[in-house]
Design a protein around this ligand. Structure first.
Ligand code: BJW
Length: 228
């Protein structure tokens, strides 16, 4: 059995990392157009660095929860049975990896990586990033940015994701509002290909009607129950 799982911010909510669009979420406190667009970064890189430095520190202090651990178990169990879990996350945190999942495909990038806008070099970066940080490859300063996907930018690994989706026997979306494309469109693509679809969420998302089935409640309870 091949299962494609798409996770969103809801899977990390019980680890203490904020979601984006819930009441009191990240976009209620911060303006996405200033902090999560290339234009926002060009006009005020210091503000963007401060936002991601804060989130990087929060992430390093956070711990994986039972939902992350259950998905890591599911991956091992499927592999032992000759199948595969394709774990695709919109999250930039590393909680799936720290729970033992491997591989994890980060379609919106990773908070622990930075990228040079001049030469494209990507490097691990566990500490604060500033406008003065030089590129470890080309030594230029001023062009390092978080290796994350902002609005208007192309998400990562799309070819691999498309192939895995079409090879899946089941598509499951966990803890995502289904409001950001192209991830929000995966359920329709799966349906069109005749693949069964399931939503796991605190409550039905805006696109819940597109799923064949739904399981609702906190991810740390519903995901382990679904995996067992
Ligand atoms: C729980 C829970 C618990 C709570 N247990 N559950 C088609 C139509 C319309 C617009 C577009 C379109 N195609 C593209 C666009 C534009 C845009 C877009 O989608 N805009 C929409 C807002 C309308 N998309 C893009 O720009 C994307 N790029 C693109 O399409 O490129 C194409 C292109 C073509 C040619 C040239 C160039 C480009 C890129 C999108 C990048 C998104 N980036 C962000 C920031 C990443 C870095 C960072 O983290 O700062 O990604 S925005 C933010 O939203 C982040 C998330 O990954 C993403 C999704 O959010 P998510 O995970 O769904 O979180 P929430 O908060 O929305 O939902 C949480 C859910 O959890 C809720 O449902 C809760 O109920 C639930 N929950 N607690 C279980 N305990």
């Amino acid at each position: 059995m091949n299962i494609f799982v798409l996770t969103g911010a809801g899977v990390s909510a019980e680890s203490g990392l904020g979601t984006f669009r819930d009441t009191g979420g990240i976009w209620a406190k911060f303006d996405p157009m200033q902090l999560a667009t290339p234009e926002g970064f060009a006009s005020d890189p210091r503000a963007v660095h401060a936002f991601y430095n804060l989130r990087r520190r929060n992430m390093i202090e956070a711990e994986p929860n039972e939902a992350h651990r259950a998905l890591a178990r599911l991956g091992r169990d499927l592999e032992a049975a000759g199948g595969r879990l394709f774990l695709c996350t919109q999250n930039i945190d590393d909680l799936h990896e720290r729970a033992g999942a491997s591989p994890v495909v980060h379609m919106h990038g990773e908070l622990l990586k930075i990228r040079c806008e001049a030469c494209g070099h990507v490097t691990q970066w566990p500490s604060d990033l500033t406008v003065e940080t030089p590129c470890p490859a080309c030594a230029r300063a001023g062009g390092m940015r978080p290796h994350v996907v902002w609005f208007g930018e192309m998400p990562l690994h799309m070819e691999e994701i498309g192939d895995a989706l079409m090879a899946a026997d089941l598509f499951v979306a966990i803890g995502t509002s289904g409001s950001v494309y192209p991830a929000a469109g995966f359920v329709a693509e799966a349906r069109a290909a005749g693949i069964p679809t399931c939503e796991i969420n605190l409550e039905p998302a805006d696109n819940a009607r597109l799923f064949d089935t739904g399981r609702y409640g906190p991810a740390s309870e519903v995901v382990p129950a679904w995996v067992e």
